[in-house]
Design a protein around this ligand. Structure first.
Ligand SMILES: NC(=O)c1ccc[n+]([C@@H]2O[C@H](COP(=O)([O-])OP(=O)(O)OC[C@H]3O[C@@H](n4cnc5c(N)ncnc54)[C@H](OP(=O)(O)O)[C@@H]3O)[C@@H](O)[C@H]2O)c1
Length: 257
């Protein structure tokens, strides 16, 4: 049985995964930003809860330290994210002054993963599952903070392009190490809080996205799957930029943690 950290376990896909993994006999470390929600979920699942605002690099670093201090970690699921937001909502910044979706959906998972790599390496075979999206657009490196022409959908899609590119970088780094990393678009417009906030009609259930994500988290068929991008249960291609060595180099240089 595995020990699995699920970020953003207090809602939607994260809650689905936390409940299902617990029912399957795994130890789930649940993370959220709302102390009351984390406390209630951790009590319900009889497990450890971790509170951290992923819009703060310091908080993210502390979360990694707290989880690492527990010892074993077999799977890290980077699930927490900020969605499109309400249509027309203004640009928001993180505690560190980064554009909010860039901070929560990209910088935080990179930092959390990097800081947890020693414990993942010590727990091999281990996995990192990045919950991404098929919705990806090119990154404007001259305006990373999106000070010009901001909109929440583009901000979200840039962050998910970056997360996919990070997945492929890390997979190359980790090849042969016993730690694998994958990225998944769980399903399109699942019935969750972020989709409701944007006002879109749901097109799929959390169950559909949950089953697909669960396969990458614990499925024996994915024990060695590394550096692949999935649309639900099917391997697919991410945005071409995520494979481009020059763009990935620029992204690494722009990733200030
Ligand atoms: N829904 C879809 O159709 C869809 C499609 C493609 C990809 N995805 C991806 O699937 C993943 C799960 O999304 P979901 O649909 O389940 O969304 P959700 O129900 O809105 O859940 C998002 C989770 O992230 C947490 N979160 C947000 N901002 C945070 C912050 N600053 N610090 C810490 N935690 C934070 C939320 O905490 P609170 O509970 O406190 O709000 C919540 O637990 C995301 O990565 C999303 O991009 C979703």
């Amino acid at each position: 049985m595995s020990t699995v950290l699920v970020t953003g376990a207090t809602s939607g896909l994260g809650t689905w995964l936390a409940r299902r993994l617990t029912a399957d006999g795994h130890t789930v470390l649940v993370h959220g930003r709302d102390p009351a929600k984390v406390k209630a979920l951790a009590a319900d699942l009889n497990t450890d809860g971790f509170v951290a605002d992923l819009a703060s690099l310091a908080d993210t670093r502390r979360l990694a330290g707290d989880v690492a201090a527990r010892g074993r970690l077999d799977v890290l699921v980077n699930n927490a994210a900020v969605g499109f937001g309400r249509p027309g909502a203004p640009r928001q910044l993180s505690a560190d002054g980064h554009e909010l979706r860039w901070a929560v959906n990209y910088l935080a998972p990179v930092l959390l993963t990097r800081d947890l790599l020693p414990v993942l390496r010590a727990s091999t075979p281990a996995r990192v599952v990045n919950v991404g999206s098929l919705g990806q657009v090119s990154i404007d490196f001259d305006d990373l903070g999106m000070e010009r022409g901001y909109d929440g959908i583009t901000a979200y899609r840039r962050s998910k392009l970056a997360l996919a590119a990070f997945t492929f970088d890390l997979a190359e780094e980790l090849a042969g190490s016993g730690v694998t990393v994958t990225c998944i678009h769980p399903a399109t417009f699942m019935d969750t809080a972020m989709v409701g906030e944007y006002g879109a009609a749901p097109l799929s259930t959390v169950d559909e996205g949950g089953v697909a994500t669960l396969a990458l988290v614990t499925g024996p068929e994915h024990a060695a799957t590394n550096g692949e991008f999935f649309d639900g249960l099917s391997p697919t291609r991410a945005h071409p930029d995520a494979y481009d060595p020059g763009i990935r180099r620029r992204l690494r240089a722009a990733t200030t943690l």
